[in-house]
Design a protein around this ligand. Sequence first.
Ligand SMILES: NC(=O)c1ccc[n+]([C@@H]2O[C@H](COP(=O)([O-])OP(=O)(O)OC[C@H]3O[C@@H](n4cnc5c(N)ncnc54)[C@H](OP(=O)(O)O)[C@@H]3O)[C@@H](O)[C@H]2O)c1
Length: 431
Amino acid sequence: MHKNINIGIIGLGQIGSRLYEEILSKKKDIGIKTGVNVNILAISAKNINKKRNFKFSKKIFYKNPIYIAKDPRIDIVFELIGYSDGLSKKVVELALKNKKHVITANKALIAKNGDYLSSLAEKNKVNLEFEASVGGGIPILRTIKEGLATNKINKVVGILNGTCNYILSKMESSKDSFANVLRKAQILGYAEPRDPRFDLNGYDTLAKVRILSALVFNNKISKNNCLMNGIENIELEDIKMADKLNFRIKLLGITEIINNQLFERVHPCLIKKDTYIANVNGVMNAVILEGKPVGQSLLQGEGAGPGPTSSALMSDLLSILRGNIKYPFGLPFKKRKKINTYDKNQYLNSFYLRFDVKDKPGVLSSITKVFTKNKISIKNLIQKPDKKNKTASIVILTHEAREKNFNSLIFNLNNNKSVKKKSTFIRIEKV
Ligand SMILES: NC(=O)c1ccc[n+]([C@@H]2O[C@H](COP(=O)([O-])OP(=O)(O)OC[C@H]3O[C@@H](n4cnc5c(N)ncnc54)[C@H](OP(=O)(O)O)[C@@H]3O)[C@@H](O)[C@H]2O)c1
């Protein structure tokens, strides 16, 4: 005789609607694997009259999702609305306080409120699961919490945003501009149609990096002012130049411990073409973990979309149904520490820069003086004159320099009268 467990799904958009169908179609399989009979007893979305691609009884539709979070009949609540605060935070908070397990795909919510919500889950002895918030279908969080539970991990590097990876890969393969490829990504549903800003500017990746850091380093979720640059300023010219120099451009999220301090960053990187991560293309995500004693582990898979995301949500559901009641971040809230932040100004790195200058005598020497003034030495300089416009495009690869010197260099270059267009810069990363 199977035990009955009742589910409420809040949010029936791309993810919620796919999950609804997934649970119904796998009901029998779930019963066999867990001994539990699951029932979807409540659903909620903003608009009850919206045309949806699945049939449901209006009797189970709650106009106000707060009542799902409070309903004593519900055992597990899925929060699939989105946003870091507001209604999504409210329903998760209420559900946990009412001793319901919560499963969410909402990285913004977890990156901002994960500490508070996880302590609430622990207090009420229920689960807060968020596998779908990082890496889509890649079971990265469960791998860290369970498969690699006793490893000491010192660095995680990832391609964590499928939209950005698609855009950068497609610009290279189609030799098309950033704007055109972004438009294509929006048509294909890979980028938000209205406002793709949070994907492109690195914010989405940073939220995932913060969640990963908390898991691998057992720290409270950091609120630091991290090093974050997006891909909005990458032009086809940079993609072509990277190709010529045997590099590929990727937006990476990186978290590591340097001198016992936490360094989290998100920025476009020039990576040697023959490396593993440089060959993760399209909407794929990938994560590289370095741990002891395991060594290096690589995980790759589709990073977003209803299929991979619902796969992760279902794994959270089955984990709960199997009675795996555990700490949301792998250890008790009180044991999680606050790790001091690494001073990003001290970070040592090499850079690629591209900028246009007036093509006239003396300009190049004035530019190289700016580098000397900022104690940055040039490794490679490529000059491409544009006779028609009397300008020249300059590409420079530097030797390693401190972030603070580099920032001052960029400031000086952008204020130099001979520089016609603000410089594009990309960090060169050894992965
Ligand atoms: N899409 C992906 O590939 C992906 C991947 C990983 C994680 N996620 C995360 O999954 C979550 C859901 O994403 P999504 O793409 O499914 O978003 P979506 O398509 O925009 O769906 C959002 C849902 O929330 C509902 N909603 C909005 N306001 C509401 C309110 N006041 N009361 C009740 N329901 C309300 C909407 O109702 P209506 O349907 O009536 O408008 C809609 O059903 C987000 O946290 C997102 O970050 C998404």
